[in-house]
Ligand binder design. Structure first.
Ligand SMILES: NC(=O)C1=CN([C@@H]2O[C@H](COP(=O)(O)OP(=O)(O)OC[C@H]3O[C@@H](n4cnc5c(N)ncnc54)[C@H](O)[C@@H]3O)[C@@H](O)[C@H]2O)C=CC1
Ligand SMILES: O=C(O)[C@@H]1CCC=N1
Length: 284
C-alpha cells in the first residue's frame, strides 16, 4: 500500500525533535528505507551524527551536499523553528523546483507566506503533526495549496498515516489543531507528572506511582476506543453516587479544570498564529 512512498527521496530541512519523530516513524515502520532519507540542519554536526548512527540516514550540513540532496529530493520537509524560517528559506529557494512536493510542519506559517517567501507556486502541504509520530501514533492535521494534485494529496496523507492518523482540514483550522493535538501530548505528560507526584505525596514509591499512572491513562484511552462510548458516559460509570470519584471531580471543577484545558488549547492556537505572523511580518 505504501510502495508509492518507498520510491520517493525525502529531505528534511531542520533535524530536531519533529524531523526525528517523522523520519523515525517512517523508517521503523518500514514505510521508507534509510537510504531514501536525507536530513540537514544549519551547523549542528553532533546532532546529525546522532541521526546517522540511530537511523542510518544520510545527514549533512555541508552546503554542497545539502544543495545536491535537497534539489534532487522528491519531497522536501520543512522542520525548522518559526524564528529560523526566513534565513533558512533564503538558502533553500534556489534548491527547489516545481516537480517536488513541499511539506511544512512549521506552526503558524501559512501556505500563502511560504509561497511568497519562496516565490513559488509549487505544491505545498501544510501539516501539524505531533511527536507521537515517533511510534506510529501521531495525530496530524493537514491542508493543501491549490497546486497540490490529488495524487500528491494521497502521497502526503499516506506519509503521515504511516506514522499515525491524519485529518484534512481547511487551513484556518490548523491553529486549533495545533492547540489540541500538536501541543496536546505536553498536556497529557503534564497531567501524568501531576498524577505521579500526587501518588508520591500520598506515600507510593515513584515506580508504583508511575506504573499506576501509565496503566490508568492507557486503560482509559482504550476504553473510549473499544467500547465506542463517550468519555462523559465512561466518566459517569466511574463516579459512584457520593463516592470518592465525585469528590475528586468536584475538586477539579472547583479549580475549573475544563476551563483551564480549553484556555490552554486556545492559548496554544493563539501563540501559533502569532508565531506565523512574526515570520516576515511585512507579508500579511
Ligand atoms: N516539537 C513538536 O511537538 C512539534 C513541532 N512542530 C514544528 O516543527 C518545527 C520544528 O520543531 P522542533 O523539531 O521541536 O524544533 P527543534 O529545535 O528540535 O529543531 C529545529 C531544527 O531546525 C534546525 N535549523 C535551524 N535553522 C536552520 C536553518 N537555517 N536551516 C536548516 N535547519 C535549521 C535546527 O538546527 C534544528 O535541527 C517547528 O516549526 C514547530 O512549530 C510541529 C508540530 C509538533
Ligand atoms: O510548541 C510549539 O511551538 C510546537 C508546535 C506544536 C508543538 N510544539
Amino acid at each position: 500500500m505504501n510502495s508509492i512512498i518507498h520510491t520517493k527521496r525525502i529531505a528534511f530541512v531542520g533535524a530536531g525533535s519533529m524531523a526525528e519523530a517523522v523520519l523515525r516513524g517512517l523508517i521503523e515502520r518500514g514505510i521508507t528505507t534509510p537510504g531514501q532519507v536525507f536530513a540537514s540542519n544549519r551547523q549542528n554536526e553532533e546532532r546529525l551524527q546522532e541521526l546517522r548512527e540511530r537511523y542510518g540516514v544520510e545527514a549533512s550540513c555541508d552546503p554542497v551536499v545539502k544543495r545536491e540532496r535537497i534539489s534532487s529530493a522528491d519531497i522536501v520537509v520543512l522542520c525548522m523553528k518559526p524564528k529560523d524560517v526566513e534565513a533558512s528559506f533564503d538558502e533553500l529557494k534556489p534548491m527547489l523546483n516545481g516537480s517536488q512536493l513541499l511539506v511544512s510542519v512549521i506552526a503558524g506559517l501559512t501556505i500563502r507566506k511560504i509561497e511568497i517567501l519562496l516565490d513559488t507556486q509549487m505544491p505545498i502541504v501544510r501539516t501539524m503533526p505531533n511527536t507521537s509520530s515517533t511510534i506510529g501514533l501521531g495525530a496530524t492535521g493537514m491542508s493543501f495549496s491549490e497546486s497540490v494534485s490529488e495524487e500528491q494529496q494521497e502521497l502526503a496523507t499516506k506519509m503521515f498515516e504511516a506514522v499515525g492518523m491524519v485529518t484534512a482540514v481547511p487551513e484556518d483550522y490548523l491553529e486549533i489543531v495545533t492547540g489540541l493535538s500538536g501541543s496536546g501530548p505536553a498536556y497529557v505528560y503534564y497531567f501524568m507528572e501531576a498524577l505521579i507526584q500526587a501518588g508520591i505525596a500520598g506515600g507510593l514509591d515513584e515506580n508504583e506511582a508511575r506504573r499506576l499512572t501509565m496503566q490508568t491513562l492507557l486503560g482509559a484511552v482504550h476504553m473510549v476506543e473499544r467500547t465506542g462510548e463517550e468519555p462523559a458516559e465512561l466518566r459517569r460509570k466511574v463516579t459512584s453516587p457520593n463516592g470518592s470519584t465525585l469528590a475528586a471531580l468536584q475538586t477539579l471543577d472547583r479549580y475549573k479544570f475544563p476551563e483551564a484545558v480549553a484556555a490552554a488549547v486556545f492559548s496554544s492556537a493563539k501563540r501559533a498564529k502569532e508565531m506565523g505572523a512574526e515570520i516576515a511580518p511585512h507579508i500579511r
